[in-house]
Write a protein that binds this ligand. Structure first.
Ligand code: ADP
Ligand code: MG
Length: 677
């Protein structure tokens, strides 16, 4: 007796090589196959009169074989049929199919399902599926079309799923019957059955609804269970209320914006509460998140804890270290920087200082995650540009202490409509205001043949004392090619404008060189920085006023917005010029959106629309289980309905301990472990 947990190799026709092919597509158990949903269906119910056929479609036809002949020789013979119905006739060809002649006979009726093609003005069907019209009656209904698995045919998938489907009958529905009914759902087994072998459109719709509902429900339950767990701990750090943050603010060279103040008071409330702080700070580029992070760290440090800040790139980590150290040293707070480039001797010393509590504040890159990085009393974990990290990486850092408070910062906001639902385990803060005096960056599109005037414009800005970034095209994520493109552009620029002091920055440079260039640009000794997207996130040079993005159509909206955020950080008028020849399509739309708004939230919404949620929720990025059918935008209503049920369930049974919820809990947990949580 087969079981859903059994490996696929137990099915007839799956040997080691097919199993390997399936595994590549993420299919290992019978249950995986059951959840391998069709991507489309072919309608095999409706007969099309031969006279109505058009090339390129898959159609079911029925008629009588009026002629039947072989052409060619030996095994290479081609079987040619003429199929005739009351409206006309069509040629049907089978290559190398001598064996077929035995199962087909002249003057009998058959149904053929296949793709209609045109050859020399005549319509044909090549290798259609055959069914005997009398035996099969009204054809086969809807035939599922599965997403391709390399090395596996549709027929294979169809047959194997046929073997697995009966097992779904024994599948106990994780939703208690009463909830199934209340939410107007159909049973799980029935839904799976109808998804793979729909009898009509209505049952298919109901099946989809149920499965989409389930995906959202388990997602929300997973998120809610997890946050319950952190609440249940009850051993969070609880700092006394105090004036530390005000003290920090009073020493800054600027006064905080109202938005920064508001977010800081939300943080203060979290830190002084008996719950673990788990807060997401969304703030557009340039809104001043760094200062907020530093202020929170200061509160933690003044109360005897250490704080850590993780940044996604070396350049950014160094910049943070420099900025924050500048604020902290007069306050007698000791800080340090840990990246992968540190010498092993220096690293040893640093780790010792850290574990003995001589370092209060540590900034770093992924290098922070290594196992031998141990803290003395870590109280606050901050991740900058959170979207660049996997959730698991953040977890690794959090695990370096018992129950540290957590703060994550991002300039790539999840669209508002979705944030509240998908990030329901995090508290949300928004810095929705820019420091005073900022002028919105003026953005325009330039065509390739206008490049000269663009660079001339840049030269004028530089002559007025500004600085400029030129971002070079993104070449298929290859560091080497990107470096080459940047070097070429740099060479061209220095040849053309020998009077401009320009620097070159790309990922393949040694880190000392990167630092030197960045440093020179930051201090104004270089006027122009030619760079790959290594400068994408976080870099802060207030005097920079021009951002030129070459081949702008290669970049996504989020990246374009991030890049533009490198200028407009001071009080001078800044400009962003997108060089692109795209006149239509997504690339043109992206460029147009950039010229219309500077609002990161709006851009995120548009990004979601353009890319579609499948990609937006490139799930690993957000650390949530994969949504196979569910689409948070298209199925927003179902999502809300599922969330409501999830909330009700958690209210009634916070840990899903009741017997009728056991299966629901088990399946939720399974889903979240599989997705690497
Ligand atoms: P982001 O939110 O993009 O990380 P940063 O933290 O890098 O932004 O801040 C951008 C710049 O604005 C920095 O130079 C920072 O010192 C400055 N800044 C932050 N807050 C204020 C403020 N309230 N008033 C003036 N300048 C500020
Ligand atoms: Mg930043």
């Amino acid at each position: 007796m087969l079981q859903l947990t059994d490996p696929l190799t137990l099915l007839k026709g799956i040997g080691p090589s097919k199993a390997a092919a399936l595994k590549k597509a993420g299919l290992e158990s019978l249950a995986d196959l059951l959840r391998y949903y069709p991507r489309a269906y072919q309608d095999r119910r409706t007969l099309t009169p031969i006279a109505d056929l058009t090339p390129g479609e898959n159609k079911l036809i029925q008629g009588r074989i009026s002629q039947m002949a072989f052409t060619g020789f030996g095994k290479k013979r081609t079987l040619r049929l003429l199929l005739t119905d009351s409206s006309g006739s069509l040629e049907v060809l089978f290559f190398n199919a001598t064996y077929l002649a035995r199962s087909l006979s002249r003057d009998s009726d058959y149904q053929f399902f296949g793709r209609v093609s045109r050859r020399g003005g005549r319509l044909q069907m090549l290798h259609p599926d055959i069914q005997n019209a009398n035996a099969a009656g009204q054809g086969q209904g809807w035939l599922p079309v599965y997403p391709l698995v390399h090395g596996i045919t549709q027929k294979n998938l169809y047959n194997w799923i046929d073997q697995v489907l009966p097992l779904s009958d024994d599948l106990t529905d994780h939703l208690p019957a009463q909830l199934v009914q209340k939410n107007r759902l159909i049973g799980l087994a029935q839904a799976l059955q109808a998804m793979h072998r729909p009898s009509d459109r209505q049952t298919w719709r109901e099946a989809r609804f149920r499965l989409i509902f389930d995906e959202f429900l388990l997602l929300f339950l997973g998120i809610m269970l997890r946050s319950r767990q952190s609440e249940a701990v009850g051993q969070a750090i609880m700092l006394p209320p105090g004036r530390e943050i005000d003290e920090f603010l009073s020493r800054l060279p600027f006064s905080p914006t109202d938005a920064q103040r508001r977010v800081l008071s939300e943080i203060e409330a979290d830190m002084t509460s008996p719950k673990v702080m788990d807060r997401l700070i969304q703030g557009d580029v340039g809104s001043g998140k760094t200062m907020v992070a530093a202020a929170a760290a200061y509160k933690s440090i003044r109360n005897g804890y250490q704080a850590v800040l993780m940044a996604p790139t070396e350049v950014l980590a160094r910049q943070h270290a420099k900025t924050i150290t500048g604020w902290f040293s007069p306050l007698k707070v000791s800080s340090a920087l840990l990246t992968g480039r540190i010498s092993s001797k220096a690293r040893q010393e640093l780790l010792q200082d850290l574990s003995q509590g001589r370092i209060d504040f540590l900034v770093g890159t992924h290098a922070l995650l290594q196992a031998d990085v141990c803290f003395h009393s870590l109280g606050l974990v901050i991740t900058d540009e959170q979207h660049r990290f996997g959730v698991r990486q953040r977890e690794l850092l959090v695990q370096k202490s018992k129950h540290p408070d957590r703060l994550v910062m991002t300039a790539t906001p999840i669209p508002k409509t979705l944030a509240a639902t998908l990030y329901s385990e995090l508290e949300l803060s928004a810095i929705d205001e820019l420091p005073p005096g900022r002028k919105p960056v003026l953005t325009r599109i330039a065509r390739q043949n206008e490049r000269r005037s663009v660079y001339e414009f840049m030269r004028q800005e530089v002559a007025k004392g500004g600085q400029a970034y030129i971002v070079t095209p993104l070449i298929e994520e290859s560091d080497k090619l990107n470096a080459k493109a940047a070097s070429q552009l740099f060479a061209g620029l220095t040849a053309f404008f020998p009077d401009i002091k320009a620097g070159l920055l790309h990922g393949a440079l040694p880190s000392v060189e990167k630092d030197r260039v960045m440093q020179e640009f930051a201090e104004g000794r270089l006027s122009v920085l030619v760079s790959t997207v290594v400068i994408e996130v976080g870099v802060n040079v207030q005097n920079a006023t021009v951002m030129i993005i070459e081949s702008a159509d290669r970049f996504g909206l989020a990246t374009l917005h991030q890049l533009r955020g490198r200028v407009g950080r001071g009080d001078r008028q800044s400009h962003c010029i997108l060089i692109s020849d795209a006149r239509e399509g997504v690339a043109a739309e992206r460029a147009a959106i950039m010229t219309q708004t500077n609002d990161g939230f709006l851009i995120a919404e548009k990004d979601l629309e353009l890319r579609g949620p499948g990609e937006f929720f490139g799930t690993r990025q957000h650390g949530l289980p994969e949504l196979k059918l569910a689409d948070p935008v298209r199925h927003f209503k179902i999502m809300v309905q599922a969330q409501t049920l999830a909330r009700e369930l958690m209210q009634r049974d916070p840990e899903l301990k009741l017997p009728e919820h056991r299966l629901l809990k088990a399946n939720t947990e399974k889903l979240f472990t599989e997705s690497g949580r």
